[in-house]
Ligand binder design. Structure first.
Ligand SMILES: [Cu+2]
Length: 464
């Protein structure tokens, strides 16, 4: 399959929208790439095949004791089941769609073949009643997540998301591990998820007043005194930025989107944009303490005012022994760039006036921008430039990047990321190298309403 014909076939699909009619290129090409990827997915020498059945369907969701709402979940739960595997395993997921609308699953942060990326660029939507099998090898350890990539403002808001944990051979040993998926929902007076809409919501993105941890409103988290836990945190909100604080206590960053960082970093807060992940070491605390897990006021220049808001409360119980060891070095991350470098491309995140919507969200002046292809093995240095007056979380599908500069300054530490915040009128310089996974890829703002309105780009990775 030549890069040329591939590009041509998929070029037709470039203007597919969130839930508009989906126009695919030659379906034979899509199917051939899928079959090839499916067959190429074999476990590494000591790996195995992790098989998971997922069913997307409506559920009776108990957000809090006595508060029930109709949600959509995987396997009858919100979030969906935590999928756990090891580096080198093959993950095989059979998804059955029991919704009344089509869906697909995107494996956020995973370096999968293009055909398994779960967008309507690379596969046909899975119709109600149909089953589709995703199958790919897991090359990296980290905290990832899965979610639909169709009609996302509805499907994610209703609860279709779940955590995906891939463990590496040299993980730090802590006393316990928790996966915390953060979200919010906007409920009406009957406790049901409010219908989407309104100019402010289109502009700000939907931010609901009910804050959730693992599908429950402001839960209590019991924790043993004297212990240090690893928390894997995922922000699954449509638009909410979480400036995470744990009662103002110091905690330690161990990893970000693309797994462990080089050395632990002590902080007292960390910002998670929508789709961001962070792994942190939390504790030790003293018996009897109650500690607020909250989002500090973060002004992302929305119409709605920012304030401090609670997500959960830690209740510290009796002391338990600790065996936690956080090594001074977690892993080595080779820098992709050393010294001065010029950007190979500029990506402008913008808004355009619209008679119907007030504003439209665009990339390089067009909604659903068609960007130039990139070649396997060629260093990419991209300047992501925010021409608007509000924050946007930039997400690149399928590849990790290193952040070189944020508004001209080097970041505090080196890491692998797939989502990065771009401040109003700000500029973020990222570097990445397309490894040998040709095909159709995309980047977009992860505020779901902005993504839906067109703040995204499509591009092809072509063979060297
Ligand atoms: Cu945005």
């Amino acid at each position: 399959m030549s890069g040329e014909s591939h590009h041509h076939d998929h070029g037709k699909a470039q203007h597919t929208h969130g839930h508009g009619p989906v126009v695919h290129g030659a379906s034979g090409d899509t199917l051939a790439a899928y079959k090839q990827a499916y067959e190429a997915a074999v476990p590494h020498a000591d790996g195995s095949v992790v098989e998971v059945e997922l069913e997307a369907r409506e559920i009776d969701w108990e957000l809090a004791p006595g508060v029930r709402t109709t949600g959509w979940g995987f396997n009858g739960q919100i979030p969906g089941p935590v999928i756990e595997a090891r580096v080198g395993d093959v993950l095989e997921v059979r998804l059955t769609n029991r919704l009344h609308e089509p869906t697909v699953i995107h494996w956020h942060g995973l370096r999968v073949p293009a055909a398994m990326d779960g967008t309507d660029m690379v596969q046909h939507p899975i119709a109600p009643g149909e089953t589709f099998t995703y199958r790919f090898t897991l090359p990296d350890a980290g905290t990832f997540w899965y979610h639909p990539h169709m009609n996302e403002t509805v499907q994610l808001e209703r609860g279709l998301y779940g955590a995906l944990i891939v463990r590496g051979p040299n993980e730090p040993v802590l006393d316990a591990e928790r996966v915390l998926v953060l979200d919010d929902v906007k409920l009406d007076r009957k406790g049901q998820i409010k219908a989407l809409g309104g100019l402010i919501e289109r502009h700000d993105g939907r931010q609901g007043g009910t804050r959730l941890v693992n599908g429950k409103a402001e839960p209590t988290l019991p924790m043993a005194a004297g212990q240090i836990e690893r928390w894997r945190i995922i922000n699954a909100s449509s638009a909410r930025y979480v400036r995470l604080s744990i009662g103002g206590r110091p905690f330690t960053i161990l990893g970000t989107d693309g797994g462990l960082i080089e050395a632990p970093v002590r902080v007292s807060e960390v910002l998670l944009t929508p789709a961001d992940r962070v792994d942190i070491a939390v504790g030790p605390f003293t018996e009897g303490e109650t500690i607020a897990v909250e989002a500090l006021k973060y002004n992302r220049m929305t119409v709605a005012r920012a304030k401090n808001e609670s997500f959960a409360t830690i209740r510290v119980g009796p002391t338990a022994p600790s065996r936690a060891v956080i090594p001074p070095t977690l892993r080595r991350i080779e820098p992709l760039v050393s010294g001065p470098v010029s950007p190979t491309r500029e990506i402008h995140l913008g808004v355009k006036p619209s008679l119907r919507h007030g504003v439209n969200f665009v990339v390089n002046k067009e909604p659903h921008h068609r960007d130039k292809p990139v070649k396997v093995g060629e260093l990419q240095v991209w300047d992501v430039i925010n021409d608007t007056m509000m924050d946007h979380p930039f997400h690149l599908h399928g590849f990790f990047f290193q952040v070189l500069e944020v508004n001209g300054e080097a970041p505090a530490f080196r890491s692998w990321e797939d989502t990065i915040n771009v401040l109003p009128r700000g500029r973020v310089r990222i570097a990445w190298v397309p490894d040998d996974r040709p095909g159709e890829w995309m980047y977009h703002c992860h505020i779901l309403e902005h993504h839906e309105q067109g703040m995204m780009g499509h591009f092809e990775v072509v063979p060297a």
